[in-house]
Design a protein around this ligand. Structure first.
Ligand code: SF4
Ligand code: SF4
Length: 265
């Protein structure tokens, strides 16, 4: 599979710590990337220059939510329009020295790491996520790193429409937009919600703990028909979300996808 990190129309920085903070909502993350990009633009492109800039930036950051994923200050915008994010210390970006040793890891780690989605997503699924999210790097990174969410979303549409959505359906703009709205559930959760991280939340020691919706505690005798999708978006009320409202929203967005799915494609 082509790497998921930098695709023709999409980019991700999740494993560089992009969302691994208390406030991981879009405006906060955009502001962080802007400040890292500006600081590094003014830094000499030398190991000493980048190390000093990285130390200044790291001093401004809060502690990570999941300590096993570090917060790297060398992630930033790669283009003036801010449609692509990536490593500002990579030799393709610096057009010279490899400065990744100045970041949260080292060159060898950054070069060799591929997140589990590279093994789990099929090429068709990966291309579909990229085509739906496009240059919206914030949503792309949240979606491409949550394979259970992608599969639950596509299976939810298939259950209603009788056809598993694929790349061939995305030529239809109405369906592509409906699927984008479905994926965007990931970023429209209650303030303080942990749902961005999929079916996990940080445990007491910062390690990921699987999330489960406690239906019995809510007086329900069975799980929702959309349990997989709801669990991935953090619908457990203990995470700060309203399960009933989110379930209704999931239903609405799945229905919209099923209605828009082009028949016979
Ligand atoms: S989280 Fe995965 S897709 Fe995203 S930048 Fe890291 S390795 Fe690439
Ligand atoms: S130095 Fe490594 S961790 Fe930091 S932004 Fe670059 S690739 Fe990500």
């Amino acid at each position: 599979m082509s790497p998921l990190c930098q695709r023709a129309g999409s980019s991700c920085g999740a494993c560089c710590g992009l969302y691994n903070r208390e406030d991981h909502h879009r405006p906060a993350v955009e502001a962080l990337l802007a400040s890292q990009t500006e600081e590094l633009a003014g830094a000499p492109r030398t190991l000493e220059g980048f190390r000093a800039a990285a130390a200044r930036l790291a001093g401004r950051d809060a502690a990570p939510l999941f300590p096993s994923v570090r917060l790297c200050p060398l992630l930033g915008y790669l283009d003036p329009a801010r449609t692509r994010i990536g490593c500002l210390a990579h030799p393709l970006v610096t057009r010279g020295l490899d400065l990744r040793d100045c970041g949260a890891y080292d060159v060898r780690t950054c070069d060799s790491f591929l997140c589990p989605s590279h093994a789990w997503l099929s090429e068709e699924e990966a291309a579909l996520v990229a085509a739906v999210c496009g240059p919206d790097w914030y949503l792309y990174g949240l979606t491409v790193t949550d394979v259970p969410f992608v599969r639950a979303a596509l299976a939810g549409v298939a259950a209603l429409a009788g056809v598993l959505p694929g790349l061939r359906h995305l030529d239809h703009a109405g369906f592509r937009e409906a699927l984008h709205r479905l994926f965007a559930l990931k970023e429209e959760l209650a303030p303080g919600s942990e749902g961005l991280y999929g079916a996990f939340r940080p445990g007491p020691d910062g390690e990921p703990v699987p999330r489960r919706i406690d239906y019995a505690a809510l007086g329900r005798d069975r799980a929702s028909a959309h349990d997989a999708l709801l669990t991935c978006v953090g619908a457990d009320p203990r995470s700060g979300n309203d399960l009933d409202a989110l379930e209704e929203e999931v239903r609405r967005r799945l229905d919209a996808c099923a209605r828009a799915l082009p028949r016979g494609a």
